[in-house]
Design a protein around this ligand. Structure first.
Ligand code: AMP
Ligand code: ZN
Ligand code: FE
Ligand code: FE
Length: 275
């Protein structure tokens, strides 16, 4: 159990706990420092900070997880200590939200053509905020087409899935710059999900990257040791977290089941304060 968790989702994107519920869980699990990192939105942060005021033992970090793209590969970039009032950031997020809606509708249409109709209204209801593929998957589960969300990704919604549709995204360097310009520090999320991520590190560092995820819930001890070595070689802070979504997965890691030492989170804060 870690004292720090720097990767958490709420209903503001595709998590299933509200910001208030998540913060209560973080406090209950004894976390000392945590970052809420919803996909392409900061909308959950105000509510989360309001609730965090009731839990003095917990320090909350304003965060985000931006989706970026390289040909054939998805890259997620975490941002910490961002100024959520930043106009350029909010302007960009508005565009990403619109792109998610267009692409969501497109995938729903494709599912219909495949003989698996789901209602777009239902998807939006499930999403509440940022529309993501997990919400479409959830609507598919409700209709009884599949049993678990993951099955939708395997066959239909994953990058090579039958109903997959692209959306406009940032480049990874663009994501680093957007976070940095909003006063934050950028950290590469779950690098092992990105093929050839090591080749990307010099360019990302030049753009301002300060860390990469090393402590991640699904990784073995050996995999974590490998990532820690790469982080050290590239002078990147070894960050991480549970990537908790409160999904319908029995084996999902809970908040704090993965995370870096407190000292790493303190160094992130220190770097951000010099921005
Ligand atoms: P999107 O934001 O619409 O591109 O959807 C990507 C999100 O879906 C990821 O950030 C994960 O939270 C979730 N996801 C990706 N792959 C899977 C999977 N195989 N099973 C369940 N959730 C997934
Ligand atoms: Zn997610
Ligand atoms: Fe991610
Ligand atoms: Fe995530």
């Amino acid at each position: 159990m870690a004292e720090v968790d720097l990767h958490l989702h709420t209903t503001a994107s595709d998590g299933r706990l509200s910001p208030t519920e998540l913060v209560r869980l973080l406090a209950k699990r004894g976390l000392r420092m945590a970052a809420i990192t919803d996909h392409d939105t900061t909308n959950g942060l105000d509510e989360a900070f309001e609730e965090a005021a009731n839990h003095p033992g917990l320090t909350l970090i304003p965060g985000i997880e931006l989706s970026a793209d390289v040909p054939g590969n998805e890259v997620h970039m975490l941002g910490y200590h961002i100024d959520r009032q930043d106009e350029d950031l909010q302007e960009a997020l508005k565009e990403f939200q619109a792109g998610r809606v267009d692409r969501g509708r497109d995938m729903v249409e494709k599912l219909g053509e495949l003989g698996l109709p789901v209602s777009w209204e239902r998807v939006q209801e499930l999403a509440q905020g940022t529309v993501g593929r997990p919400h479409i998957a959830q609507a598919m589960v409700e209709r009884g087409y599949i049993e678990h969300v993951a099955q939708a990704f395997d066959k239909y919604l994953g990058r090579n899935g039958l109903a997959y549709s692209e959306r406009v995204k940032l480049t990874p360097e663009g994501a680093v710059r957007l976070i940095t310009q909003a006063g934050g520090v950028a950290v590469l999320a779950h690098p092992i999900y990105t093929t050839d991520y090591i080749d990307m590190l010099p360019g990302l560092k030049a753009a301002g990257l300060v860390g990469m995820e090393v402590h991640y819930s699904t990784l073995s001890r050996d995999a974590i040791a490998d990532l820690a070595r790469v982080a050290k070689e590239h002078d990147l802070l070894p960050c991480g977290g549970s990537d908790y979504h409160a999904m319908d997965k029995p084996d999902e890691a809970l908040p704090g089941q993965a995370g870096p030492p407190l000292e790493v989170a303190e160094r992130l804060a220190d770097l951000a304060s010099r921005r």
